[in-house]
Design a protein around this ligand. Structure first.
Ligand SMILES: [Zn+2]
Length: 480
């Protein structure tokens, strides 16, 4: 699309958006949780007792395996039984005939705020991903952050993600962070919120550690009964160039003093090389550190990652789109490093379907290794569920369907043209499933999507608000 056509198209979209926004009230209005004064928020459904019956259950638990016709019993947010049948008198029945039942998908690195800029990364350097999000990010208000995270959280739930890692690298004030977290809270999704820098912040400028520490001290107000946790979005030793030690070291030490996990983009590009080794040498890796991308990690570096107990968040889809390369996923796995998969950013990958990302992870790795069988559908589905949970340190709570775990569960219909006919469930999910095939989504025992529709938010309102927000940001940024 030419630039002029694009602009008039966008103006048209904006006008349509303004009109469409008028008649669509929120479906379920209730006073927002703490921090939402003066705003309406979706009311989260109560946690009840129900049994999901008659589905093909992929427990993703090695002992329980697959149950071609199984049932999952949930009470007050917890899975109380999984089996061929369960005895649960009085529980509501959710019929999953012709559906695949599996743990909710676990996403491990996503700049949710910039979901607003979906499709905005242009075709030349000046309008690429980095300048685009930097320019828009610089003028964003706390409310804009809320809108970005709300759109992303709604999209996540719709697509069957029950856990996300909100990698927030546009924190311009404490309120920017709090409004972003509020959107996660209202959505009812399970999340880690990683507190990062602000777009445009110089590499010599340290994060506002006092703000992070204050947020950490008041975390019970944001945690949504333990669904949301806090982490540090760290720049590490390198961004465009090396960072000074008096920035990267006190930031990491502050996170370690608070006992919160750390995440860092690393070795996404070939140069500068040996970034992981440079961190290992200074003892900056550890069980608390998640490495994002690692596309150009060497075998020696993967051994360092494994020895340190660090994890990797794979971002194949965005790596392919932006030209970083194709991550050597089977080398990560052969080294024994716990891995999860990630959306990274909708501004690059378009839509946030984790099934699509899983397919890209498999297909790109098979292409890279010239081997149809290098990564199987079942293995990548593990990365999207139980192993992703392990990489986030939450596999004791979620990632598989097993009595005693929290109830993060999805069902995916096979009664759709793109899902017929159902033979192998893992191949079908990885190769064919789309967000609209996700019928039911349960997070911590709350049903947030049912019969293919979001329960606690109005999809039309979320999209209309996001459209208005983007238009206002574009005007303020006076760009594109
Ligand atoms: Zn990223």
């Amino acid at each position: 699309m030419c630039e002029l056509c694009r602009r008039s198209f966008l103006r048209g979209v904006a006008a349509f958006g303004a009109a469409a926004a008028l008649p669509s009230p929120l479906l379920a209005q209730a006073p927002g949780p703490a921090g939402g004064a003066g705003r309406t928020a979706s009311a989260l459904p109560a946690r009840g007792e129900f049994v999901i019956r008659n589905g093909f259950v992929l427990t993703m638990d090695p002992a329980l395996g697959d149950l071609p016709r199984g049932a999952v019993h949930v009470r007050n947010g917890e899975i109380v039984a999984v089996g061929a049948d369960v005895n649960a008198p009085g529980a509501e029945i959710i019929d999953a005939t012709d559906m695949i039942v599996l743990p909710g998908l676990v996403e491990t690195h996503w700049h949710m705020w910039n979901t607003l800029f979906r499709s905005f990364s242009g075709d030349e350097q000046a309008h690429g991903y980095f300048p685009t999000v930097a320019r828009y990010g610089a003028v964003m208000t706390p409310d804009d952050m809320y809108q970005g995270a709300r759109l992303a959280a709604a999209e996540a739930i719709n697509a069957g993600m029950t856990t996300v890692h909100d990698w927030c690298h546009n924190i311009r004030s404490r309120e920017h962070a709090e409004r972003d977290i509020q959107a996660l809270k209202e959505a009812g999704i399970r999340a880690r919120f990683s507190y990062g820098w602000a777009q445009g912040q110089g590499d010599n400028d340290i994060l506002n550690l006092k703000d992070i520490e204050a947020l950490h001290a008041a975390w019970k107000d944001h945690a949504n009964d333990g669904l949301i946790t806090l982490g540090l979005g760290w720049r590490g030793k390198f961004r465009a160039g090396p960072l000074p030690e008096n920035v990267y070291r006190p930031e990491l030490e502050a996170a370690r003093a608070m006992g919160i996990p750390v995440t860092v983009h690393i070795q996404s590009r070939k140069e500068p090389a040996n970034q992981i080794a440079a961190h290992a040498k200074e003892n900056l890796l550890g069980k608390d550190v998640q490495l994002v991308h690692a596309v150009w990690a060497t075998p020696d570096e993967l051994k360092m990652v494994k020895d340190a107990g660090a994890t990797i968040s794979i971002a194949t889809t965005s790596d392919l789109r932006i030209g970083f390369g194709s991550p050597p996923v089977s080398d990560f796995l052969a080294a024994g490093v716990p891995c999860g998969v990630s959306v990274d950013t909708a501004a690059l990958i378009g839509n946030a379907s984790l099934f699509g990302v899983l397919r890209d992870v498999r297909d790109a790795e098979n292409a890279r290794t010239l081997n149809e069988f290098k990564l199987t559908a079942r293995r990548v589905l593990e990365l999207g569920t139980i192993e992703g949970a392990r990489s986030m340190g939450i596999d004791d709570k979620v990632g598989s369907l097993k009595a005693g775990k929290r109830a993060d569960i999805i069902t995916v219909t096979t009664r759709a043209l793109n899902m017929g006919a159902f033979l192998d469930p893992a191949h079908l999910l990885v190769g064919s499933a789309l967000p609209q095939n996700v019928d039911t989504v349960v997070v911590d025992g709350r049903i947030l999507k049912r019969s293919g529709k979001l329960v606690a938010v109005s999809e039309a309102q979320v999209v209309a608000d996001a459209r208005d927000t983007v238009e206002a940001i574009r005007k303020r940024a006076n760009w594109r």
